[in-house]
Design a protein around this ligand. Sequence first.
Ligand code: CTP
Length: 402
Amino acid sequence: MMRVALGVSGGVAAYKAAELVRRLQQEKLAVQVIMTRVAQEFVAPLTFAALTGEKVITGLFSENQGDANLESAIEHIAVAQRIDLLVIAPATADILAKLANGIADDFLTTLYLATKAPVIVAPAMNVNMWEHAATQQNLQMLRARGVRVVQPDEGYLACGMVGTGRLASTEAIASAICDVLGLKHDLEGMKIVITAGPTVEDVDPVRVLTNRSSGKMGYALADAASRRGAHVTLISGPTELRAPNEIDWLPVRSTEEMHRAILDHAKDAHAVIMAAAVSDYRPAAAAAQKIKRSEGKLMLELEPTADILAELGREKSAQVLVGFAAETDHVAENARRKLAAKGADMIVANDVTQEGAGFDTDTNVVTLFLRNGEEIALPKMSKFDVANRILDRVLALRKGAQ
Ligand code: CTP
């Protein structure tokens, strides 16, 4: 989960930072709030603690702990290293001056110096303070250092004057944040059905046929697609994983249950991504009672299950269809064969015997095989990043099909 430090400095607009916290949570960002001393005169830290469920940093180093200890003394370094972005909203003229001059006299200003994460400031102040050469020069210096400034709006200011100085809208600040963090909303309006995890076929009331899929790749796809604005239905075999709230999560067990769930949901989907490791066979008849040990060999008769992907491939129109191929040998050959045989637009193939690519890992090494003959070998990366690369392609294929 990406983590944003939200610095709140002392101004009437401090209360608007609460709305910003909510907005960032919609983007599934974890928010750590840091308040300057004066900000606490305007809004109680408890407001932010309640919204974020996290301790609000209010003091200078150990001040908020009561007793000084090593942990609190180095807390700003720990926060500095953990965050993906520092946002200061509202940023007063005073804090901008401190940042510009490298003054580090409280937690927030020290964090600014200690972090290597990108920094965004959203100033809010009286119009004369905003227009003052000192403030403008400070902003220029900060911009030159790569700090992104979200321009304040024009309008009625708390001091009764009219002019530039109102904190930019929550949407404008959120959009700058998404931009810097590379959070896209390019899948908005798209309905995507994703399958994940293993399937489980009963042999008898005690024993099952299943496989080693952890579901991580499918869940990463669902998470990434949902963050990018898609409406996601995640049809999942039994896994240890939890789906985020925004996702329609449908737990299933057997291939047959998965098959039915997909038929119900795939019809109006713009894309179906079959990341599940579906069983190709199931016992021809599950025994009603536990199979007893006996002398000699035991033959288990298996019958083929429905090939869900191939069925979708036969029926599909403009829908983008993505399959996976987890292989132990002849990866490219098998992937190309599956691409054609299943009528998919893309096959995501990996060699599960390769280091960093197998079951239950957080990384994957895949090659994307496309209908037009393109083959894109991706380096080892997190399953979340792989998910985004796959979704980039899904989006391009969707645009091509429209
Ligand atoms: N798949 C499916 N229904 C099945 C089996 C597989 O929809 N009954 C899907 C998987 O979700 C995956 C793709 O088909 O996206 C390829 O699965 P895989 O097991 O690799 O391919 P198979 O066709 O089963 O080929 P093989 O077992 O020979 O490797």
